[in-house]
Design a protein around this ligand. Sequence first.
Ligand SMILES: *Cc1c(COP(=O)(O)O)cnc(C)c1O
Length: 389
Amino acid sequence: MLDRLKESLVKTRQQGFEKHEVALSSPQSRRIAIAGDGGDRNLINMCANNYLGLANHPEIIAAAKDGLDHFGFGMASVRFICGTQTLHKDLESRLSQYLGTDDTILYSSCFDANTGLFETILDEEDVILSDELNHASIIDGIRLTKASRIRYKHDDMTELEAALKGTNQHRSRLIVTDGVFSMDGTIANLAAICGLAQQYDAMVMVDDSHAVGVIGTRGRGTPALHNVGDKVDILTGTLGKALGGASGGYVSGRCEVISWLRQASRPYLFSNSVMPAICAASIKAIDLAESGDHLRENLHARGGQLRTALRELGFFVGGKDHPIVPIIVGEADRATALAEHLLQNGVLAVAFAYPVVPKGAARVRMQVSASHSAADIESVLAVLASFRR
Ligand SMILES: *Cc1c(COP(=O)(O)O)cnc(C)c1O
């Protein structure tokens, strides 16, 4: 096995797909320091999921310290044994209130939430209809169920409708989609999806990890943006992106679903409680996100600034109305060259190639944050213009 793994590593390196970790010597921020041989280098950070710039907000740090002082460091228990504090209940209610749902259950991550969801509520009598570009954690979660599954072409409502027409012999049908697709920065057409769900008596599950805090009224996400909050049955999301960026995830939605997950969802039953300090800080993060219209205003203005100027420079830019701004360059080596040029000139962004994105659609993905200034974006654009030349 070890020889085989060594071979795989060599092959990955030869194909140019090897991933490297850059070690930050600073907190997560719009500007970060990277530890290097000649001392720390300062870079503009264009690849964090820190959409609202809350990862190091002083009020969140204070709330985390307060949580640590009053509720301790660790729980050393799963939720249903002795791992539930009032703080966990408070965070769950706060999320339900923010999202406008019946109830919420916390997980250690959204990855866990997605792997603990489908197998708990569906079996071989049911069917899942899933967008082909859904997140890896949804794909893995679906693999764990005995339910039938149909992948529909990304955002193709005609294919989705055909799949609904062909599956009415099944007991329950669940349409499953990302709210925002992370490689493209596109937003799911929830108005159409919920319309079809209603017409064909299916349920809807949305993973809103890249949307919560970011889009929709008060940052309530994709359902709010499309005005279908009451038609989405199940929402999953992360605390590891806009909402402070530490860790933790949730499933939120119909009370029957959430109550049953507390009885039977394996990552909930067999994995440790979320750290108290994270719960305390996440409640503060939700407060700041909910009252953060000024943050979202700057976030979307900076996203628009970057997208418009990139198009003027002649780049092919994907996405719309979301701070994920993918610069699509074609072949993998060009994406790598662009990311390298950015790094040499003080900007951190990551290149993605096949199999993460389709062949011939390699890209450098930029992610704007509310903490970026117009001048930060101008600096990034100057580097991109020099690459173009
Ligand atoms: C980031 C992400 C996740 C994983 O969230 P974690 O809390 O980091 O596990 C799941 N789904 C989607 C759509 C994501 O973007």
